[in-house]
Design a protein around this ligand. Structure first.
Ligand SMILES: NC(=O)c1ccc[n+]([C@@H]2O[C@H](COP(=O)([O-])OP(=O)(O)OC[C@H]3O[C@@H](n4cnc5c(N)ncnc54)[C@H](O)[C@@H]3O)[C@@H](O)[C@H]2O)c1
Length: 338
């Protein structure tokens, strides 16, 4: 039986908490023993303010059933942990993750990995030096529809990819750390990063990017960003992200166009079309958060490396790509080589 804890009890930490509880109910050999948040009022909050539908279902969080800590150091000193989920705000990912790895605990750190490449590098080095596992919660790598796209690309199911478009957006974000460009990275780092991650995970690193960005809220960086990813074989890949649309909840979608079929996700759901019409397969649906947490726990229990499709080195490339997009925006849409 491995022992787990969750650090940071905002919307996302509560999501991780739900997953550990589900794994325990299913008889999986993990025991959630502790939770930690610097703000002790969070232990008494029964509900969640997340915009993620799957996490809204539980509005009866009983954190006092577990050991509660307001300090990561104290928790690491008193508990004998095997795995922690780090769901603190982004600007704390690097320091909290390194602290846990150095204390001999395997870490699942939420996305974005860190605010800069130097912190990513140190996180990876710390994992190597301590011999502990580090996984980053780029959860779309564990989501059925994106996994299906990856499988079709890898197997060549529908021939060559002509191009792809990814969209992500929603209403204006009110919480300050999210929209603070310096500490939270704004829409680009916090939300767009999911699609950036999919672009480089599915198609590899482009040779250059060209991005346009617009800012609508003071201090938030680019609230609206549109990017063309430049590949050698003229594959047309672009993304658009914004979080400034009043009247809309969170939305995301894509269209990936292959020689012989198109894979689409929009307001009508996930579908696949070829020349004969709708050929949508039944996908094995489960929560990507459940899949990723279980993947790390499996690796810890079996003493195997973290899944090859989600190494921290590969996620650091997503940070590098995102920073290149910001550099392009800063330079009025100049092409930035990678
Ligand atoms: N994968 C996804 O789909 C997804 C979705 C939402 C958020 N996230 C990520 O999850 C992270 C958390 O987001 P959130 O919405 O839950 O934020 P939040 O601000 O709602 O919650 C963060 C919590 O961490 C606590 N905290 C801060 N510093 C701490 C520390 N040093 N030790 C212990 N607790 C600390 C805060 O008191 C707060 O309760 C962010 O990095 C965010 O980008 C990922």
């Amino acid at each position: 039986m491995i022992k787990a804890a969750v650090i940071g009890l905002g919307g996302m930490g509560r999501g991780h908490f739900n997953v550990y509880k589900r794994l325990m109910q299913e008889g999986y050999p993990v025991e959630l023993v502790a939770v930690c948040d610097i703000d002790e009022t969070r232990f008494g909050e029964k509900s969640t303010d997340t915009n993620l539908d799957e996490f809204k279902k539980n509005n009866d969080f009983n954190f006092y059933d577990f050991h509660t800590y307001t300090s990561v150091d104290e928790m690491l000193e008193k508990e004998d942990l095997d795995v922690v989920s780090v769901a603190t705000p982004t600007y704390e990912h690097y320091s909290v993750t390194c602290k846990c790895l150095k204390a001999g605990v395997n870490v699942l750190c939420e996305k974005p990995m860190a605010n800069n490449l130097e912190h990513c590098r140190i996180m990876i080095e710390t994992a190597k030096n301590t011999g502990k596992k580090l996984m980053i919660g780029q959860c779309l790598r564990f989501q059925d529809d994106y996994r299906y796209i990856k499988e079709c690309i890898d197997k060549g199911t529908f021939g060559k990819v002509f191009g792809a478009f990814f969209y992500r957006g929603g209403g204006p974000v009110t919480r300050m750390w999210f929209r603070n460009h310096t500490i939270g990275g704004g829409a680009t780092f916090d939300q767009h990063i999911h699609d950036v991650d999919m672009v480089q995970h599915l198609f590899g690193m482009p040779k250059a990017v060209q991005s346009s960005g617009a800012s609508a809220m003071e201090g938030s960086g680019y609230d609206w960003i549109s990017t063309n990813y430049i590949y050698d074989d003229n594959m047309m890949v672009n993304t658009q992200n914004r979080w400034i649309d009043y009247g809309f909840g969170f939305e995301s979608g894509f269209r990936v166009t292959f020689e012989k079929a198109s894979i689409v996700k929009d307001e009508n759901g996930f579908r696949v079309f070829n020349k004969d019409g709708d050929i949508t397969p039944e996908l094995e649906k489960d929560s990507p958060y459940y899949n990723e947490i279980k993947a790390l726990c499996d690796a810890v229990i079996n003493d195997t490396p973290v899944p090859v499709e989600n190494t921290p080195e590969s996620v650091m490339e997503t940070i590098r790509l995102t920073l290149a997009e910001i550099e392009s925006c800063d330079n009025n849409g100049a092409v930035v080589e990678l």
